[in-house]
Design a protein around this ligand. Structure first.
Ligand SMILES: O=C(O)c1ccc(O)c(O)c1
Ligand SMILES: [Mg+2]
Length: 628
């Protein structure tokens, strides 16, 4: 299976695009005419430059407003086509995309369009070229792939075929299974794009909001299953028009694109076993089993502060690394590793960001298989030299310099704590914190799609709709990515401005990925009683909040007073209740949250976020922390 991406899909000039596209692993590009025209080199040189990057040019596009024109306009359209055929030959590509006409004088009529394409096919064939016809969702007369196919069928010329584009089919709600009726060898090219479901003018939606397969809400998998079932064997290509991507990080976007194609085609192969998907086998997505460990990089005074914070939360040191300045803290199933090394990944993270989460260990059934899938999706493997008696734990680089390790219960990995750490390693009941409820990652808004794609393509995790969180100084967008059974829950928070708490954290920590960690207890009030005795100080929540709670909910006698006394926030959904308590922010803005979920509550207390953020900011101001 050959992969390709349209040059419009990512940011940069043509040369930057080519470098990123080649590095991401694509086989070719759809060269968008604008990208060619904007370049200083002529067509032969541009063609050579593309091939020098190891890339093919399976498609040149677009050619607009061709079919159905009367008289002189028709002749002109053919002249224009001949010029573009010249250009294609110089560039070194044999296929061009003709998108359905939006011309005000296009007359319509399937047979008229078919006659135009039959003649065009004849002219193309003389030069060894081919023409593909695509129905734009907003085409004047042809705006449905079924009609475009009818034009191609009646044109009845071997050099004229159909081009299907998932956006044009799915945005109009056309059943993609209708593609199963089209002979696969008459489909010359396939373009893929997803998009968030927004009620919007089709052209505007398409030109500004497309995104990578898996990043939006369209049934791109159903579309591609139909295409493959039809017998299509050509390239699978991305064509993404997206405002954010036009200004985004070129290399990351190219890698996201590659990851999205590989994950999609792997899904298609599994869902449509009869279709011939020419993709090397790879391990399937698996459900994560939980968080095995969270590793902080910290040294010096900050490490002392972290130690006090962890101790105040009921954690105890259960082991010391045999070779390294690394301490293992535990409570319930929660393991926190504090790394004070002066070399290696944690040291680099500390030097850049100060105390911060530098590594997450995810528990899965087979660490080796997840790492292999990650590599197949284009993630960079991560490793650093290991000392005597140390266990190599499979790992990959996430985004923003983060590292994810994969742990399982195999003999080797399951024994890593006993193997590498001295000390009791015994169970620590602590204050009743049992497990990691969720990990909250902070990022710029632009990075949210990349992170959600990272998790959802690698693991069996689903994303929920994006919600707005109101910070007194701006908006933060938040999206949950979680395993079906909640064993791993990650909230992605995208900040647009540095004035928000999340934005300030990004600025102060130079982009640390994890801003807060929520720890679950089965009895929040008992836990907080125990923690108070250890010197734990919760984030103070104002009276106004509790007065509002009293107005919104009916509480059993005494519960509201208990919450108020303990600074516990409350939320509920159709199935259950949620209690939350926060620590003030620490170091560059990191904090912990303590939560109790009752009776299957499945949210994250989003309605409380504005009040929590305001309280954290108030406290930082009174402590004289700048930049907020
Ligand atoms: O938005 C457009 O004009 C446009 C052009 C070419 C395409 O292949 C397409 O899907 C859309
Ligand atoms: Mg298209």
């Amino acid at each position: 299976m050959k992969t390709a991406i349209a040059t419009v899909s990512i940011s940069g000039n043509l040369r930057e695009k080519l470098e990123a596209i080649a590095a991401a692993g694509f086989d070719g590009i759809e060269i968008f005419e604008q990208d060619f025209i904007a370049d200083e080199a002529g067509p032969r040189e541009v063609g050579r430059m593309i091939r020098d990057h190891g890339l093919e040019i399976p498609l040149f596009q677009p050619f607009r407003d061709f079919e159905g024109l009367p008289g002189g306009l028709r002749a002109k359209a053919f002249d224009r086509a001949e010029r573009k055929f010249d250009l294609m030959q110089e560039l070194g590509t044999d296929l061009v995309l003709f998108c359905s006409s939006c011309h005000p004088e296009s007359l319509g009529g399937i047979d008229r369009a078919a006659d135009d394409f039959a003649e065009l096919g004849e002219r193309a064939a003389r030069r060894g070229l081919r023409v593909g016809f695509e129905a734009l969702a907003w085409g004047r007369h042809i705006n449905d792939h079924r009609d475009a196919w009818e034009v191609v069928r009646r044109a009845d010329h071997p050099a004229v075929g159909l081009i299907v584009d998932s956006f044009h089919t799915l945005s109009r709600g056309i059943d993609p299974d209708t593609i199963r009726r089209i002979p696969g060898d008459r489909i010359f090219f396939v373009q893929l794009a997803d998009a968030p479901k927004i009620d919007m003018d089709l052209l505007y939606w398409s030109r500004h909001f497309r995104n990578m397969p898996g990043e939006g809400d369209l049934n791109v998998q159903g579309f591609m299953r139909a295409v493959m079932a039809a017998g299509y064997t050509g390239p699978v290509s991305l064509e993404i028009f997206n405002d954010q991507f036009r200004g985004g990080p070129t290399k990351t976007l190219a890698r996201d694109g590659y990851r999205s194609i590989v994950a999609l085609m792997d899904d298609v192969r599994r869902a449509e076993p009869e279709a011939k998907v020419d993709l090397a086998p790879m391990p399937a997505r698996v459900a994560p089993r939980g968080v095995s460990f969270i590793e902080f990089a910290s040294r010096g005074d900050e490490a002392e502060e972290l130690r006090a914070l962890l101790s105040g939360l009921g954690f105890e040191v259960v082991g010391q690394h045999r070779n390294k300045a690394v301490t293992l803290w535990q409570q319930g199933e929660i393991r926190i590793v504090v790394n004070a090394e002066e070399e290696g990944h944690a040291a680099r993270a500390f030097n850049l960001r100060g105390t911060s989460v530098c590594d997450l260990g995810l528990l899965v059934d087979s660490a080796a298989e997840v790492a292999e899938r990650a590599a197949r999706l284009g993630s960079q493997p991560f490793s650093q030299p290991i000392g005597p008696g140390e266990v190599p734990i499979p790992a990959v680089r996430g985004l923003s310099g983060s590292v994810l390790h994969f742990m399982d219960s195999s003999a080797t990995l399951g024994g890593v704590w006993e193997q590498e750490f001295t000390g009791s390693g015994g169970a620590v009941p602590g204050a009743g914190l049992q497990r990691v409820d969720h990990i909250a990652q902070t990022m710029t808004y632009d990075e949210m799609l990349s992170w959600s794609l990272f998790y959802t393509t690698l693991l069996d995790m689903r994303k929920s709709p994006m919600v707005d969180v109101i910070d007194p100084d701006g908006l933060v967008r938040s999206q949950v990515v979680e395993a079906p059974d909640g064993a791993l829950r990650v909230t992605l928070n995208g900040a647009d401005t540095y004035r928000t708490l999340a934005g300030a954290f990004l600025e102060e920590s130079f982009g640390a990925p994890v801003q807060h960690i929520a720890l679950a207890t089965d009895d929040i009030f008992a836990t907080l009683d125990l923690l108070r005795a250890r010197g734990f100080i919760p984030l103070p929540i104002p009276q106004n909040y509790f007065d509002d709670l009293a107005a919104r909910f009916d509480f059993p006698e005494g519960l509201l007073e208990k919450m108020q006394a303990a600074n516990v926030l409350y939320d509920e959904d159709a199935s259950g209740a949620f209690f939350q308590c926060y620590t003030p922010t620490f170091a560059g803005g990191f904090f912990f949250e303590i939560v109790e979920r009752r009776a299957g509550y499945s949210g994250y207390g989003a309605p409380n976020a504005p009040f929590r953020i305001a309280a954290q900011k108030r406290l930082r101001r009174t402590k004289g922390v700048p930049a907020l």
